[in-house]
Design a protein around this ligand. Structure first.
Ligand code: GDP
Length: 565
C-alpha cells in the first residue's frame, strides 16, 4: 500500500507517517508504495494492531459469500480433446462445431475464441478448441482445472502412440475421467479391436470387455456417430454431478488472451461458477478490470454469462495468461488491492536487483526480439539456463524484427523486460515504452546479454549507460560522392541530427541495425553544418561506411551514464 493508504487505514495524517519514515531515513512521498515490512513497522509504531493476511486468506475472505446449497444447479460439462498428432483432434472439433453449434442465427459465422458450446437435445457441452497437450498442461501449471472430461482421440488405423500415452498420463495426473473416441473407422485398414486391446493394456478397459472406459467408434471426417459421442459425454459427466451457483459472483479461468487492435486486451474466460455480468469489477491474474462487454462464441453480445459459458471479456487493464483465475469482486478498490498483492514482480533489471537484495525470490519474464531467428533461439536457450532458485527466468515471447508497439504492450502488461538483439524499437514502440516504463535492453553480443542478466541477479549491475536519442532522419535518396562512396539525401523527421561532441549514429533498415558509428559529414546543400533540425533536408555520410539504401533511417544518439535505482 502507499503511504497515503496506510495513513488512512491507521487514521493518522499522511504527514505524520512521512515524518516517522523520515526519522528512519526514508525520504518518501505520499504516493510511494511501502513494502509489507515497512508498512507493518510504521503501523505498529502508531499503535495499530497489524494482522498479516496471506493472499490465499484474502481470497477466502472474498469467497466467504453466503451460499445457499439450494441455489446449486447442474452446469454444462467442459471437454478437452487430447491425442496423438494427426489422429483427428482438429477434424473432430470442427465437425462437432459445424454440426452442433446453432450458427444459422449468426449468419453461419462462428468465431474462434478458444472454446465453443455444442448442443444436443437441448443440453450443452463446452469444448475447449485448442487441442494439444501444451494448452492443457499450461492451464494446469497455472492452477486452473477447467476440464471435466478428456476425450482421447485414437486413430483406428494407427493405434496407441507416444502422445496417446502422454495424454493418458496428463488426464490421470489431473484426475479427469477419460472417454475414448476411436476415430477414422471409415478407413479400410481401421482396426478398432486392436485399439481397445492396446488401451486395455494401459488400464483403460472398454465397457464391453467388462471395464469402466467408454469407447465410441467415430469418423470425424464422415461425421459418423458424433451424436453418440456427445450423448456419452453427457452420460459420463452426469455421474460427476457438475453443479454451480448462478447467483454467486462469478469465478472463471482465462482460456486465451490477446491485445486486440481497437479493443485493447481481450480474454476468453470460461465462467466456472456464478454469473458474470456487464459492469462487474474483477481481478484476473495480476490485473483489475470492469466488464465492458461480453461476447459469446457466435460473436453475439451478451448481458451476462452463466456457469460453463466461454465468453470474450472486454474491459481488462492488462493482458492475463491462459490459466489465470478470474474473480469478480464487490468493488474496484478491493480489486486493486488484491491485484497489487499479486503484482509483486520486477519491471526493470534494476528493480529486480533491488528486490533480490531484499531477499525476495522473483520471476523475471523476458521478451526477446532479434534480427534473425537463430539468434533469438540461442538467446532464449542461454537465458533460460541462467535462472536459479531465486530468479526464475521465463521467456514469454520471442520474435524476429523490430520491437513493435505490441511487444511493448505485452511487456508492460506482463512486467517483462525486452531484450533487443541487433534490433530497435520502431517509432511507436519507443514512445509507448517510455510512457509505460518498459525496460528495453539493446545488445549486439550474446555474451553481453547473459553477462548483464547475471550481474543483475547477483546484485553487481553497475551504473548503467543509457542511450538518449537526439534525432531521426529518413533517407530519401542515395547519391554517389567521389572518394567517399554513397551519401544519403535525408529529411530530419524528429529532433535533430548532429555531429557535435560525442554524438553517434546508426543506420536502421526495417527495424534492424545495419551499422553503428560516427557521422562523417553533415551538409546543407554544399555547406558543412554541425546540426540539422526537424523538417530540414540534409546530406549525411558515415565514417568508413556507405551501404546506404533509400528508406533507411539514420538515428543520432549519445550514451549517458545513469546510476542504478
Ligand atoms: P490432429 O493433429 O489430431 O488435430 O489431426 P487432424 O484433425 O488435423 O487430422 C489429421 C488428418 O486425418 C487429416 O488429414 C484429416 O483429414 C484426417 N482425418 C481426421 N479424421 C478422420 C476420419 O475420421 N477419417 C479419415 N479417413 N481421416 C480423418
Amino acid at each position: 500500500m502507499t503511504v497515503k493508504d496506510l495513513a488512512e487505514k491507521i487514521e493518522v495524517k499522511a504527514k505524520e507517517v512521512l515524518k516517522k519514515l523520515m526519522e528512519k531515513r526514508m525520504v518518501l512521498t505520499i504516493n510511494t508504495t511501502l513494502d509489507t515490512e515497512t508498512a507493518t513497522m510504521i503501523a505498529r509504531e502508531f499503535g495499530a494492531d497489524v494482522k498479516m493476511r496471506t493472499f490465499e486468506e484474502e481470497m477466502v475472505v472474498l469467497e466467504s459469500e453466503v451460499i445457499d446449497p439450494g441455489d446449486l444447479v447442474p452446469r454444462a460439462p467442459v471437454v478437452t480433446v487430447l491425442g496423438h498428432v494427426d489422429h483427428g483432434k482438429t477434424t473432430l472439433l470442427d465437425a462437432i462445431r459445424e454440426t452442433r453449434v446453432a450458427e444459422q442465427e449468426a449468419g453461419g459465422i462462428t468465431q474462434h475464441i478458444g472454446a465453443y458450446a455444442a448442443e444436443i437435445d437441448g443440453r450443452r457441452i463446452v469444448f475447449l478448441d485448442t487441442p494439444g497437450h501444451e494448452a492443457f498442461t499450461m492451464m494446469r501449471a497455472r492452477g486452473a482445472s477447467v476440464t471435466d472430461v478428456v476425450v482421447l482421440v485414437v486413430a483406428a488405423d494407427d493405434g496407441v502412440m507416444p502422445q496417446t500415452q502422454e495424454a493418458i498420463d496428463h488426464a490421470r495426473v489431473a484426475d479427469v475421467p477419460i472417454l475414448v473416441a476411436i476415430n477414422k473407422i471409415d478407413k479400410s485398414d481401421a482396426n478398432p479391436e486392436r485399439v481397445k486391446q492396446e488401451l486395455a493394456e494401459r488400464e483403460l478397459t472398454p465397457e464391453d470387455w467388462g471395464g469402466q472406459t467408454v469407447m465410441v467408434p467415430v469418423s470425424a471426417k464422415k461425421r459418423d456417430n458424433l451424436d453418440t459421442l456427445l450423448e456419452m459425454i453427457l452420460l459420463v459427466t452426469e455421474l460427476g454431478e457438475h453443479k454451480a451457483n448462478p447467483k454467486r459472483m462469478a469465478t472463471g479461468a482465462v482460456l486465451e488472451a490477446k491485445v486486440d487492435r481497437g479493443r485493447g486486451p481481450v480474454a476468453t474466460i470460461l465462467v466456472q461458477d456464478g454469473t458474470l455480468h456487464v459492469g462487474d469489477n474483477f481481478i484476473v491474474g495480476t490485473h483489475v478490470g470492469r466488464v465492458r462487454a461480453l461476447i459469446d462464441d457466435r460473436g453475439q453480445p451478451l448481458k451476462e454469462a452463466e456457469p460453463s459459458s466461454p465468453v470474450e471479456v472486454l474491459g481488462l487493464t492488462g493482458l492475463p495468461q491462459p490459466g489465470d483465475a478470474l474473480q469478480v469482486v464487490a468493488d474496484a478498490a478491493k480489486a486493486r488491492q488484491i491485484a497489487l498483492l499479486r503484482q509483486n514482480q520486477a519491471k526493470t533489471l534494476e528493480s529486480l536487483q533491488q528486490q533480490l537484495a531484499e531477499g525476495e525470490a522473483k520471476e523475471l519474464p523476458i521478451i526477446i526480439k532479434a534480427d534473425v531467428q537463430g539468434s533469438a533461439e540461442v538467446l532464449a536457450e542461454s537465458l533460460a539456463k541462467l535462472g536459479d532458485e531465486r530468479v526464475k527466468i521465463r521467456i514469454i515471447h520471442t520474435g524476429v524484427g523490430a520491437i513493435s508497439e505490441w511487444d511493448v504492450l505485452l511487456a508492460s502488461t506482463s512486467n517483462a523486460i525486452i531484450i533487443g538483439f541487433n534490433v530497435r524499437p520502431d517509432r511507436n514502440a519507443a514512445g509507448v515504452a517510455e510512457r509505460e516504463g518498459v525496460d528495453i535492453r539493446k545488445h549486439s553480443v550474446i555474451y553481453n546479454v547473459t553477462d548483464e542478466l547475471k550481474k543483475a541477479m547477483t546484485g553487481l549491475l553497475e551504473p548503467t549507460t543509457r542511450e538518449r536519442q537526439l534525432g531521426l532522419a529518413e533517407v530519401r535518396e542515395v547519391f554517389k560522392v567521389p572518394k567517399i562512396g554513397l551519401a544519403a539525401g535525408c529529411i530530419v523527421t524528429d529532433g535533430s541530427i548532429t555531429r557535435a561532441g560525442d554524438a553517434q549514429a546508426r543506420l536502421v533498415r526495417d527495424g534492424v541495425i545495419v551499422h553503428e558509428g560516427r557521422i562523417g559529414s553533415l551538409r546543407r546543400f554544399k555547406d558543412d553544418v554541425n546540426e540539422v533540425k526537424t523538417g530540414i533536408e540534409c546530406g549525411i555520410t558515415f565514417e568508413r561506411f556507405s551501404d546506404i539504401k533509400t528508406g533507411d533511417v539514420i538515428e543520432a544518439f549519445t550514451v549517458e551514464k545513469v546510476a542504478t535505482v
